[in-house]
Design a protein around this ligand. Sequence first.
Ligand code: ATP
Ligand code: MG
Length: 592
Amino acid sequence: MRLSKTHLKTLREAPSDAVLESHKLLVRANMIRQEAAGLYMFPKLGYRTIRKVEQIVREEMDYIDCQEVYMPHVNPAELWQETGRWYAYGPELWRIKDRNGNDFILNPTCEEMFTDFVRKEWSSYKELPFSLYHIQFKYRDESRPRYGLLRTREFIMKDAYSFDATEEDLHTAYMRQYHAYEKVFTRCGLDYRIVEADNGPIGGSKSHEFSALSDWGESDILYCDECGMAATVERAECSDEAPVKEEMQPTEVVFTPGTKTIEDVCNYLKLPVEKSIKALMFTTYDTDLNPKDNVVCFVRGDRQLNMTKLVNALDIPAHYIEFADEDIMGPITGSVAGFTGPIGLKNCIVVVDSELVGTVNMCAGANKEDHHMLGVCYGRDYKGDIVTDIKELQEGDPCPHCGKPVKFRRGIEVGQIFKLGLKYSESMNATFKDENGEDHPYWMGCYGIGVSRTMQAVVEQHHDDKGIIWPLSVAPYHVIVTVIKSQDETQLNLAYDIEKKLEAMGVEVMVDDRDERPGVKFNDADLIGIPIRITVGKLAGEGKVEYKLRREDDHEVMSAEEAIAKAKALVDLEGDGRYLFKNLSEETLNAH
Ligand code: ATP
Ligand code: MG
């Protein structure tokens, strides 16, 4: 490919709204362009990298016999009504109508369509197990599209679906995808962690996220070096601290003027925060978004509420709940804003964090302006309608498995896998016949990779102040041949000769033969991050060139033949990213 014939419009300045270095660099390198909020175009170089990531995904899916198919982006609403997700998915679901007024959606994910395909095409146990995938644009009307490709409204996703006869077979399929994901992200050159995750609105029983480590990631990860526990903050279990053994005191209402926060009360009463109970109030909504229930939650004063655990406990979709206006809720539930306590509440669902069970002599709101109550004991004075773990595990808390302090990192979620169980096969009546002709629902799993998000995660981990440093496996081209003086026939001919020879060996080459100053060419080469640079300059007459790797500072002068051989050898070694498999376990490598 010759740059003199190709559009490349690199920019000095990044867009003013870009915060992440990866976002800035992809825009500056002319690899992505925003059309409207969360909608991107991919100029040539960017689209080449997208296709590289897709190809890695495709190879690893094919390796585990996952079959590639292609589904429409537009789905009839009926399928989504069958599973109830038409109502439960929330405002991210992009709904459209055809000219006759029929409802459709733009796929945010494809469980319904694949299940529908399978119930129409498959029928016998003899065809099991099998799994299917496609790489396709997905649509989510995100409330805040941001961070370049990390959170867009149209994005490229690989989604796969497995169909099995038994729960055990589902586990096998799930682990096959798990190991394939390890290979995909390893080949892309990502430093990632695999963490247990919440199933969220997709449903099912078990899930893992693959998170590319980055301080800017939106996925919060808690992990333990001691026992290997790793989970997203939404998912991470908390171990309850055992209640302090004390004799129960009678309750006592005390005057605590103007102390609306837990810290204020505890300072005022000189109590440790762990001896207090914090209240949080919510309103839930029904499918027509009319207010349904009042919910009051209680956690220990030093704990934070985990919203995901709360919506799971209430068994409602996340968008059916909102913080309540405590002033409005007061007259209904008998609470008083800032002084809400668990005793004497009415007309509400009381959710109590499991850690409060057995606690005695705690301080809580007295449901009376400017008053708190001391001596509050669980069981004697109040109980929960729902009692479960609704608190957040935080950095330094004891690991729920081994008790050692947990650590915290941020990551970019690049993939997630789910055991769906029978959720979709039962609601859509997708069954197979066993040996005796009896019908059974499929055990299903689903498996997503954000292809476009992965591309940017790679940049987030591979760049310096000059630009992107692509790993060879996903670089738009392997080699850039920079011609110092494009008007010089000798230089130009040598550059084209190198291009021809490398291309004949399967190496992808771009030649910067533009009529530009060398400084511009070098800056662009650094910015777009092509891994190998061969510079053809004044030594061209002697057949000599400079050979430099983007990831290294130094260059070497050598003959063009040597540079060609070196580039070819490096592409052979690193080109498909498999050389990094040395970091993977035998179990992963043998998973087929
Ligand atoms: P998030 O929690 O970041 O919103 P998600 O858990 O809803 O993502 P999944 O349903 O698991 O996403 O989708 C599979 C993959 O698709 C994700 O792991 C991610 O890589 C990618 N993805 C999801 N939403 C977006 C988006 N808005 N923009 C770009 N990629 C996305
Ligand atoms: Mg996810």
